[in-house]
Write a protein that binds this ligand. Structure first.
Ligand SMILES: Nc1ncnc2c1ncn2[C@@H]1O[C@H](COP(=O)(O)OP(=O)(O)OP(=O)(O)O)[C@@H](O)[C@H]1O
Length: 318
């Protein structure tokens, strides 16, 4: 049940900081509620993570922001206007998705040439450099590319587009670990030189945790976390130790998750701020306190698979 979730929200951005926003967006596909009352802002020149379980609604959000789908209700704006069928807006937007298709008979070089004609801020030299980095053969036809090579081509287009708003929807599928790291490195380096607004949807949270400046977590069509990554990194701790000592410490905050094996308990506890509450008793009892990783935090904040409950709905001040 998502109703028990406590939504975490950063202070509102000022209008000049906002590149895109959704207000009260719902999207239904037949009897499927893909999005329900979704409201958030995307801030200028920040890298945003759009995180959530399979089917949570990430692609639907990105599709509405890029004019590829229209909401059932609510208002979506990008650069202050509705993105749907709005060439004025979409020329400054690049959307790279895993399922991207290209005309099969084009070769890699032709795809880049077409991109250079179609994409307003295209940087051809950067695209060439990325082809070398990813070892993409310029003359190979798209239909002959491996899955990872197709992903690398999508990533190349997304990065070289230098679009003021660039959205990557799970762009890494098929990329091996080395190529994914290359993508993260190139994204970060180019973003530092050419600041722009990036939205990255991914399941590989640990891999991108250090890239993200702002995090949106969507769960069953609702935004359940909307906050700065730094704040979230300080929002929870993982406590392990003798059950009585852990439960004593747990009185300091909401328990997002706990598991007990024998006499030992491991609990993820939301804390009020960056300072870890007094844990001297816990340590004296042989327990430990570590910051929760962003991945741990997101996993513990989103719904369990089949039983209709969520970790946060079990929150207690035990
Ligand atoms: N064209 C469609 N017709 C019917 N249902 C759809 C359609 N597109 C999406 N949905 C449904 O809407 C919900 C959200 O889907 P969406 O693709 O946005 O999720 P997601 O978070 O991107 O998932 P994943 O991480 O698996 O890609 C899912 O229940 C999905 O089945």
């Amino acid at each position: 049940m998502t109703s028990g979730l406590t939504k975490i929200t950063a202070p509102p951005a000022t209008d000049t900081d906002v590149v895109a926003s959704m207000r009260g967006i719902t999207k239904t596909y037949g009897d499927v509620d893909a999005l329900s009352d979704v409201t958030f802002h995307i801030e200028r020149n920040k890298i945003h993570g759009l995180l959530g379980r399979n089917g949570a609604g990430k692609t639907t959000i990105m599709s509405i922001l890029t004019g590829q789908a229209i909401q059932t209700d609510g208002e979506a704006t990008v650069f202050g206007e509705s993105p749907f069928e709005n060439a004025n807006v979409l020329r400054d937007v690049c959307f790279v998705k895993e399922s991207q298709t290209y005309p099969d008979d084009l070769c890699v070089g032709h795809v880049l040439t077409a991109a250079s004609h179609l994409i307003e801020h295209w940087d051809a030299a950067f695209a060439e450099q990325l082809l070398d980095d990813f070892e993409l053969p310029r003359r190979r036809r798209v239909k002959k590319l491996s899955r990872g090579m197709r992903s690398a081509l999508g990533v190349t287009i997304g990065l070289a587009s230098r679009a003021p708003l660039t959205l990557f929807d799970e762009p890494y599928l098929g990329l091996d670990a080395v190529a994914r790291q290359l993508f993260y490195d190139r994204l970060l380096a180019d973003y530092a030189e050419h600041p722009r607004t990036v939205v990255l949807s991914t399941h590989l949270i640990d891999e991108v945790a250090n890239l993200l400046e702002h995090v949106l977590v969507v769960d069953r069509g609702r935004i359940v976390v909307d906050d700065d990554a730094d704040t979230l990194r300080q929002s929870a701790v993982v406590v392990t130790g003798p059950t009585a000592a852990v439960e004593g410490f747990a009185a300091n905050g909401a328990v997002l998750h706990r598991e007990t094996l024998g006499t030992t308990t491991r609990a993820t506890i939301r804390t009020a701020g960056p300072d870890v509450p007094d844990h001297s008793r816990l340590v004296a009892a042989g327990g430990t306190v570590e910051p929760a990783s962003l991945q741990e935090f997101v996993i513990r904040t989103t719904s369990l698979p089949h039983d209709g409950t969520s970790h946060t709905s079990q929150e207690s001040k035990s």
